[in-house]
Design a protein. Structure first.
Length: 374
C-alpha cells in the first residue's frame, strides 16, 4: 500500500509510539484488503467496552502519547459510581478494567459519549463523508440512512483511524462495492419498531454477509425502526449496508441499488417468517426478575413512550425495570419530566452502559424481558 511521506514518518515512529501502533494496524488492514492508499476521514466511532481487549489497545495508544486527530466518539462502558451504589456483586477487577478504559479514552482525546447511537446526537456524519465507524447499528445506519461511507470497523481499527485521521481505501469506501447482493421482498405487515427488529433478525440470519435490497415497504420507516433493523441484522448476520429504495439514500430504484447486477438470491418475508423469528428468540418463560430496554440506546421518543405507559402506575416490587440511553437523551428526558415519571413508577433510567457490561452480573441466571434480541 502506498504511503505518503508523513505516513511513512508516522510508521517510523517520528510522531510517537502511540501513533506508530495506530498506523501499523491500519497498514496491516490495508494490505490484507488490497487497499492502494490511505484516505482522510472526518470522524470516527470506537465501539469501546469495559473489557480487556479494548483496554489493551486504547492504553497502548494513550501510553504512547497518541491523540485523536478527528472527532472520535465512544460506545458504552458503564456508570461505575451509579451501579456500585446499587449492587455489591460487581467484581472489583472488572470495575477496574472499566475505569482504566474510560480514563484511557479521555487521554487520547476521544468524545466521551459512551453511547451506541452517536449518529443521533454526539457525532453525526453528513451525506458523502468518509468516516470510520464501528458498532453493530452504527455502521449500517451511517452507510444506508445517512449516506456517509464507512467500513465495518472494529473498536481498535476505528480508534486507530481516529488517531491518524485516515483509513485504508477499500470495501464500502468504493462505489463498486456498495451494490446490493440480495433482494428481500417484504410481504409481512410491519406494524411497529419491534416488527423491524424481527425483520432485521430474519434478514441477517438468511443473508449472513451481504447488502440486502429491501422492497415491499410502503411507508417511510421511523428513525427507531431503522435503528432496530440495523442493529438486529447484525445479531445473526453481518450487514454493513442495505437499501430500501425510495426510503434510504443513494438508490431510488431497485436497479440503482444493484448497480446493474442481478441479485444472487431472492428472499420473501411474510408474517410467518417474522413469527418464526419471534418464537426462536423466546428462550425461557415464567415469572420475571427484570425488564431491560435500550439496546441500542433508547431515543428521546422511546423514553417518552415508556413514561407515557408508566404514568400513574407502579412497577411490581419483585421486578427491576431499566431503560438504557445516552447521557444527551437523559438530559432532555429529565427536562421533559419523563425520567421523573419512570423513577416514580420504580424504574431506572441509566446512561453510559450496555447490556453486555459487568454491571449486570446481579441478574446472572435470572429471567428477564427485553425488546432487544441483541
Amino acid at each position: 500500500m502506498y504511503l505518503t511521506k508523513e505516513e511513512e514518518r508516522i510508521l517510523n515512529g517520528e510522531f510517537g509510539e502511540g501513533m506508530r501502533k495506530a498506523i501499523e494496524l491500519l497498514v496491516a488492514i490495508g494490505d490484507a484488503y488490497g487497499a492502494e492508499k490511505m484516505i482522510p476521514i472526518s470522524r470516527a466511532h470506537a465501539a469501546s467496552s469495559g473489557q480487556e481487549g479494548d483496554l489493551y489497545f486504547v492504553e497502548l495508544l494513550a501510553d504512547g502519547g497518541a491523540r485523536c486527530r478527528v472527532p472520535t466518539s465512544t460506545n458504552p462502558v458503564y456508570d461505575i459510581g451509579y451501579f456500585h451504589r446499587l449492587f455489591d456483586s460487581i467484581p472489583e477487577d472488572e470495575a477496574e478494567v472499566a475505569r482504566r478504559v474510560m480514563e484511557a479514552y479521555k487521554r487520547v482525546g476521544a468524545i466521551l459519549s459512551w453511547s451506541c447511537i452517536p449518529y443521533m446526537a454526539e457525532n453525526i456524519p453528513l451525506y458523502g463523508e468518509t468516516v470510520a465507524f464501528s458498532e453493530s447499528s452504527a455502521t449500517p445506519y451511517v452507510n444506508s440512512v445517512i449516506g456517509a461511507r464507512t467500513n465495518r470497523e472494529a473498536a481498535q481499527s476505528a480508534l486507530a483511524a481516529g488517531v491518524i485521521g485516515k483509513t485504508p481505501e477499500y470495501g464500502l469506501l468504493l462505489k463498486e462495492n456498495r451494490k446490493g447482493t440480495n433482494l428481500v421482498n417484504v410481504e409481512a405487515t410491519l406494524k411497529d419498531e419491534f416488527d423491524y427488529t424481527l425483520l432485521g433478525y430474519y434478514v441477517g440470519k438468511r443473508i449472513g454477509y451481504g447488502i440486502p435490497v429491501v422492497t415491499g415497504i410502503t411507508r417511510q420507516p421511523s428513525t427507531e425502526e431503522l435503528i432496530n433493523f440495523c442493529a438486529m441484522s447484525n445479531v445473526p448476520g453481518a450487514i454493513s449496508m442495505f437499501y430500501i429504495p425510495r426510503f434510504t439514500v443513494d438508490a431510488s430504484t431497485i436497479e440503482e441499488a444493484f448497480q446493474g447486477d442481478v441479485p444472487k438470491d431472492k428472499i420473501t418475508v411474510t408474517d410467518h417468517e417474522l413469527k418464526q423469528a419471534y418464537d426462536e428468540l423466546q428462550t425461557t418463560s415464567g415469572r420475571i426478575d427484570f425488564v431491560m430496554l435500550g439496546c441500542p440506546h433508547y431515543t428521546l421518543k422511546q423514553v417518552e413512550e415508556v413514561a407515557r405507559l408508566l404514568k400513574g402506575k407502579r412497577i411490581h416490587d419483585d421486578v427491576s425495570f431499566w431503560v438504557c440511553t445516552s447521557a444527551t437523551t437523559k438530559v432532555l428526558a429529565k427536562r421533559n419530566g419523563y425520567v421523573d415519571i419512570i423513577e416514580k413508577a420504580g424504574g431506572h433510567v441509566v446512561v453510559d452502559t450496555c447490556i453486555d457490561e459487568p454491571c449486570w452480573i446481579a441478574y446472572k441466571d435470572k429471567v428477564g424481558m427485553t425488546d432487544s434480541p441483541k
